[in-house]
Design a binder for this molecule. Structure first.
Ligand code: AHG
Ligand code: MN
Ligand code: MN
Length: 362
């Protein structure tokens, strides 16, 4: 298709807004500033080791609130998000993986009605090896008293279930830079045209295939898995001769955003489930800026996202950096895993004497 006939992100947003004649355009302005932050991050990611300031310090960087070592690019990406979005008057506050507590909009700028939550660089352990990384963002409406008073935001203001998200998406810094977005009316994918410096609509109304033969899980954690996950993975591994009656393929990139994109494009299922590895961490990934935005995108594309026990978007968050078991992807596959979680595990089964040998069998 000639470039002149393609929609830019700006046009897509304007066409979406026309469905709501009362809308102010604030959300569009905010999303466009988020997209500029993503373009800026794409640029520094692409320069890699050419930019010596981005080299990983031999002794490692600072440690964030998660207890994880921050890379220079984590910190810089976080600053880019903050600076690109603090001035526009659309936000009441921001929160991210890299900041212990919410960031206030400086007094010199007007405050607005939205909250922006983000993982500025997902998969940053992959930076050193030149594998795809991305940024994930979620836009929430600020509580009414915050909007009315313009007061500073608190952690509690961000603790809203994923179902209340106004918009969410991610940028993927891969062979091409893409922005994938939902404003609650399906999912659209945009590819960064480096000549124009614009995100151009290349993937309309993305749909996740309902079935799949591909799963993604870090199996080095298998000894810590709960029974429903072990059962599911074992059945996949058993392939054609097992209960599933088909062979499965497996992938693990260790960039959740890249796995989400693969699944969005061709189906699949991703699991970073709750496990028993560390009693203080019920899961690896974070609810507010990883699970919820990806969950919103998945569900808007006809996929599904769950903790295993409940739909992700229904979870009431209890803290800003809360971790959670995360399972998402092709609808039928995720529903099967949910069913395994709701069925009683083997420990709850009656002892064989009564169940199998027939003494008390009906
Ligand atoms: P982040 O780089 O933002 O801390 O997130 C990394 C996450 C996620 O992208 C990925 O799926 C997961 O960590 C990989 O975990 P393992 O190293 O346990 O495989
Ligand atoms: Mn992440
Ligand atoms: Mn991150």
């Amino acid at each position: 298709m000639p470039l002149s006939q393609r929609w830019t992100l700006t046009r897509y947003l304007i066409e979406e807004r026309r469905r709501f004649p009362q809308a102010s355009g604030d959300l569009n302005a905010l999303i466009l500033d988020v997209s500029i932050a993503c373009k800026a991050i794409a640029r520094i990611v692409a320069y890699g080791a050419l930019d010596s300031g981005m080299a990983v310090p031999a002794e490692g960087g600072a440690v964030n609130v998660q207890g994880e070592v921050q890379k220079p690019l984590d910190v810089l990406s976080n600053e880019i998000f903050l600076h690109m979005n603090e001035w526009n008057g659309e936000l009441a506050g921001m929160a991210s993986e890299e900041m212990d507590s919410p960031s206030q909009i400086p007094q010199v700028f007007p405050r607005g009605k939205y909250l922006l939550v983000f993982d500025p660089l997902d998969g940053s352990s992959n930076i050193d090896v030149n594998v795809s990384v991305g940024s994930i963002f979620s836009i929430l409406r600020a509580p009414q008293d915050v909007i009315d008073s313009g007061r500073d935001v608190t952690e509690a203001d961000f603790l809203q279930p994923g179902a209340t998200q106004v918009a969410a998406g991610y940028a993927l810094y891969g062979p091409t830079t893409m922005l994938v977005l939902t404003v609650g009316n399906g999912v659209a994918g945009f590819t960064l045209n480096p000549d124009l410096g614009e995100f151009v609509l290349t993937h309309k109304n993305i749909q996740v295939p309902a079935d799949t033969q591909e799963f993604a899980i870090n199996s080095s954690n298998s000894r810590f898995w709960e029974q429903p996950v072990t059962r599911y993975v074992n059945e996949c591994l058993a392939g054609k001769t097992g209960p599933r009656g088909k062979d499965f393929n497996m992938r693990w990139i260790a960039s959740m955003v890249a796995e989400a994109h693969r699944i969005l494009m061709r189906g699949g299922v991703f699991l970073y489930p709750r496990d028993t590895k560390d009693p203080n961490k019920p899961g690896r990934l974070r609810l507010l800026y990883e699970a919820n935005p990806i969950g919103f995108v998945m569900e808007q594309a006809g996929g599904r996202c769950t903790t295993g026990r409940q739909p992700m978007l229904g979870v009431q968050p209890t803290s800003l950096h809360q971790r959670i078991g995360l399972i998402f992807g092709s609808k039928n596959e995720v529903e099967l895993i949910e069913r395994y979680h709701s069925e009683p595990g083997p420990s709850a089964a009656p002892p064989p004497l009564f169940a199998e040998r027939g003494l008390f069998r009906a």
